[in-house]
Design a protein around this ligand. Structure first.
Ligand SMILES: CC(=O)[C@@H](O)[C@H](O)COP(=O)(O)O
Ligand SMILES: NCC(=O)COP(=O)(O)O
Length: 240
């Protein structure tokens, strides 16, 4: 089974916002990503709207034909409303605090069990698939199962960092977490700092990896390789 590639277009919005106009055109880029082989589009709007604006989500939902994955912090009412108003294929719950540079930890699914159960039920009752962003820790995966979530998203920053020195050691906690998820029947997504160097090894070693969402490195690579070629190269890393 090949893993799906969802392209995170936050960084396209960052570039657009830097000059206040509409260049690059986020909608056109999303549609081109799909044309070039992306199997989903990921956005992670943040409360300060420094990259994806809330209105972008409505505009994207109206035109894209692949899966829309909205990531963000469900403790913000505005985020919850945005998701319920747009009914994406998937919502990924990420425990960010306001003003955070980027995501830097997964949910503590034990401490926040009751809260997550409530939020998962809310989104699922609207027909939205739910994924919970977690660190690669077996106990977090076990407690994620109890929330009723459909999937987890493994937070891969530590993998990406440690891969440079020792790939086998870097992947170890992720394999254990994935094995637990497989045993419990939860789907597995992954993301953060995945790139052309570390992606194939991750996909090869994680059993039943359903989806990766990749933004920062993919957009950087496209400066050199072009967007179409870049997406094809990422897709090829996910083909068994
Ligand atoms: C949850 C995750 O790892 C990504 O969504 C990442 O946080 C992207 O967000 P930024 O583009 O704001 O860094
Ligand atoms: N969920 C991870 C994501 O969407 C993109 O993370 P990154 O590739 O920008 O680090």
């Amino acid at each position: 089974m090949a893993t799906s590639l969802s392209v995170n277009i936050n960084k396209i919005a960052t570039l657009r916002n830097s000059r206040g106009g509409n260049n690059p055109d986020l909608i056109k880029v999303a549609l081109d990503c799909e044309k070039f082989g992306a199997q989903g589009i990921t956005v992670h709007p943040r409360p300060d709207e420094r990259h994806i604006r809330y209105e972008d989500v409505f505009n994207l939902k109206a035109v894209i034909s692949t899966e829309l994955n909205i990531e963000g912090n469900c403790t913000e009412d505005k985020f919850v409303k945005l998701v319920l108003d747009n009914l994406p294929a998937q919502v990924t719950l990420v425990p960010d605090t306001e003003g955070q540079l980027t995501s830097n930890h997964g949910w503590d699914t034990i401490k926040n069990q009751a809260y997550l159960q409530k939020m998962v039920a809310l989104f699922k009752s609207a027909g939205i698939r739910v994924s919970i962003f977690v660190d690669p820790v077996v106990d977090m995966v076990k407690a994620a199962k109890d929330t009723g979530t459909d999937r987890i998203e493994l937070y891969t920053e530590a993998y990406a960092k440690d891969f440079l020195n020792d790939p086998e050691k870097a992947i170890e906690p992720y394999v254990l977490a994935a094995q637990e998820a497989n045993k419990l029947g939860i789907g597995i997504n992954a993301g953060h700092d995945l790139d052309l160097n570390n992606l194939a090894y991750f996909a090869k070693n994680i059993p039943n990896l359903l989806e990766v969402s990749i933004g920062h490195a993919l957009v950087c690579d496209s400066l050199y390789l072009g967007l179409e070629n870049t997406i094809k190269q990422y897709r090829s890393k996910l083909t068994p």
